[in-house]
Design a protein around this ligand. Sequence first.
Ligand code: NAP
Ligand code: GCO
Length: 267
Amino acid sequence: MGILDSFRLDGQVALVTGAGRGIGLSFARALAEAGAHVVVNDLRPDVAEAACHTILAAGGKASPAVFDVTDFAALDSHVDAIVAAQGRLDILMNNAGILIRAPVEDHAMPAFARVIDINLNAVYAMSRACCRPMRAQGRGRIINTGSVMSISSRPGVISYVAAKHGVLGLTRGLAAELGPHNITVNAIGPGYILTEMNRHVLGTPFEQVVVDRTPMARWAAPEELTGTAVFLASDAASFVTGQLVMVDGGMTSNSLLVESQNLGASS
Ligand code: NAP
Ligand code: GCO
């Protein structure tokens, strides 16, 4: 197989959670363009259907799977239904996530637990459900959506920071356990991407803080994550596992960027 062919996903089935919009929709469109049949999970039927329509209109293959990733007791049966309908399951992208901004004193347990349930517990539950068919097939790919908050922090997003650090732990732990079954487990660590999750930050001082802290000096579009997703899903990444691949414009690769940017390279 040539190197470019090894990036193709023809004949494979990928399940992307929270794929109705934002980063998940971009992942779904890219995996479909690479040849996979994409199962589009989302909470709302109309949103999942619209995402599938977009993929089909572009010549790809897609079908909806509407369920809540925190409906833990039902996940095995949802995955079984996907395998029954599509014949296999090769790729799981754990993408569904929420963010609640609140200082610790205002962030009570129900809200904290909800963020942990969707952003962390569901990543484990979905991985556990999907690695059954992957083990039986002798191959699989699990790709989690981390964050700069998987390895750093800021005030006001404590549950999100805890969950995304946990996603890195799950990525490494699952990679250790599933490697012998030829299942790789990796995470993508996006920087600041313009989606509904943070669109309201636009126009506030925080918008510029992100720019100042990012060597590429800008926010990114969801599509800028998709090359990494296709790579990690493909045979090109056959020996890559347990990794958090940062796609953050360099944000986590530097310190004191804001403080030193006016001093020049000789300071
Ligand atoms: P988004 O636009 O808010 O999309 C999130 C998607 O997840 C929505 O389609 C949502 O469905 C779905 N979802 C939420 N809860 C769900 C559940 N319980 N079951 C199934 N689907 C559920 O956010 P995004 O920015 O694309 O974020 C996607 C992922 O990237 C998240 O894990 C996020 O933490 C991560 N991330 C985002 C950024 C960023 O800067 N945007 C950076 C790093 C990491 P509904 O539409 O029905 O609500
Ligand atoms: C925030 C942002 C982040 C991003 C992303 C960064 O308020 O700090 O919304 O948490 O969503 O996860 O990688």
